[in-house]
Design a protein around this ligand. Structure first.
Ligand SMILES: [Ca+2]
Ligand SMILES: [Ca+2]
Length: 313
């Protein structure tokens, strides 16, 4: 309490204590050095609700899909931090997955989670209210794109009949590129064998379809590549396209041997047997159809009649 004297006017100035409110009796005394005179009056200091204080939030940067925390400097004269209500909004809902708040004692931490596969900029506004007054701060958020390489699982070797398309499911993943944005391609060690390659992408299911060229048979090493535009992954496998199927057996005498030729799907294994009486069959040997679609086995000529048969193994 201070007094100011100007001529015959005296004014008293009363300053309530910081953030204090309530009722008081104020007594003012004036003295000439010998005699005192006092007067009292009632003073009511009304309650004021001070708005929460939220310090400026620096601009933020993160990487695609990478959540991060921001410590918030918050206080309120009347309300403890754990009773304040925190909310957020942002200018780019396609980028921001959500903002959550954790209050421990007076410590407040906001966690910002970008949406999966999203990148770009947003202005984020964080608000805190004591129920009456609200204080907001905004900051700029930059989510930088990342380029993690796609992943492609191993592909088992495949075989198919001549002219028959073979469908191969692929195991593909990419942590930061949408499946629909991935680019698939394939190359062949034997281009004349493969007529066309197409890829079908449905959600996360990817199927590669290899169609042999008309009339072609043999084998090719196919290299399948998936790219996100910057990085790629690849897997190779062997595709065998069979010749004429089912197997055809021909025989002829060559230099005193009975030579048996099988024509069929490459990679197929046959057991070739012989007999003279259709009762007792003796193994000549096994034949694996080669990549040219044929396999040959021979046995010495014995007697006048010899019959052979081939059994698929
Ligand atoms: Ca307040
Ligand atoms: Ca990627």
């Amino acid at each position: 309490m201070t007094f100011a004297v100007s001529g015959t006017n005296v004014s008293a100035t009363i300053t309530p204590a910081l953030h204090a409110f309530g009722d008081a009796t104020v007594t003012v005394t004036v003295s000439d050095g010998t005699n005192d005179v006092s007067r009292s009056f009632a003073l009511k200091v009304n309650e004021v609700n001070y708005a929460p204080v939220l310090a400026d939030i620096p601009n933020q940067a993160t990487f695609e899909s990478l959540a991060f925390e921001i410590p918030l400097d918050v206080s309120d004269v009347e309300t403890p931090n754990d009773q304040l209500v925190f909310t957020s909004s942002n200018s780019n809902p396609a980028l921001i997955g959500g903002v959550t708040f954790a209050v421990t004692g007076s410590s407040v931490v906001a966690t910002v989670t970008p949406k999966a596969l999203a990148f770009g900029k947003a202005t984020v506004t964080i608000s805190v209210t004591d129920g009456v007054n609200t204080t907001s701060r905004e900051f700029s958020l930059t989510v930088a794109r990342t380029f993690n390489a796609p992943k492609l699982g191993a592909i088992a070797d495949q075989s198919t009949a001549a002219g028959v398309t073979v469908s191969v499911p692929l195991t593909v993943s990419d942590s930061d590129t949408a499946m629909s944005e991935l680019v698939f391609s394939a190359s062949s060690s034997n281009p004349s064998l493969i007529g066309s390659v197409t890829f079908s992408v449905t959600g996360s299911d990817v199927v590669a379809m290899f169609t042999p060229a008309a009339g072609a048979s043999g084998t090719a090493i196919l290299n399948v590549v998936v790219s996100d535009g910057l990085n790629s992954a690849s897997q190779a496998f062997t595709l065998t396209v069979g010749g004429v199927a089912p197997a055809k057996l021909t025989s002829r005498i060559v230099g005193g041997n009975f030579q048996v030729t099988l024509t069929g799907t490459a990679g197929t294994v046959y057991l070739v047997q012989k007999t003279t009486d259709f009762v007792t069959w003796t193994d000549i040997g096994t034949v694996t159809i080669a990549t040219d679609g044929t396999g040959v086995v021979s046995t010495p000529v014995v007697g006048e009649k010899l019959f052979v048969r081939a059994k698929k193994q």
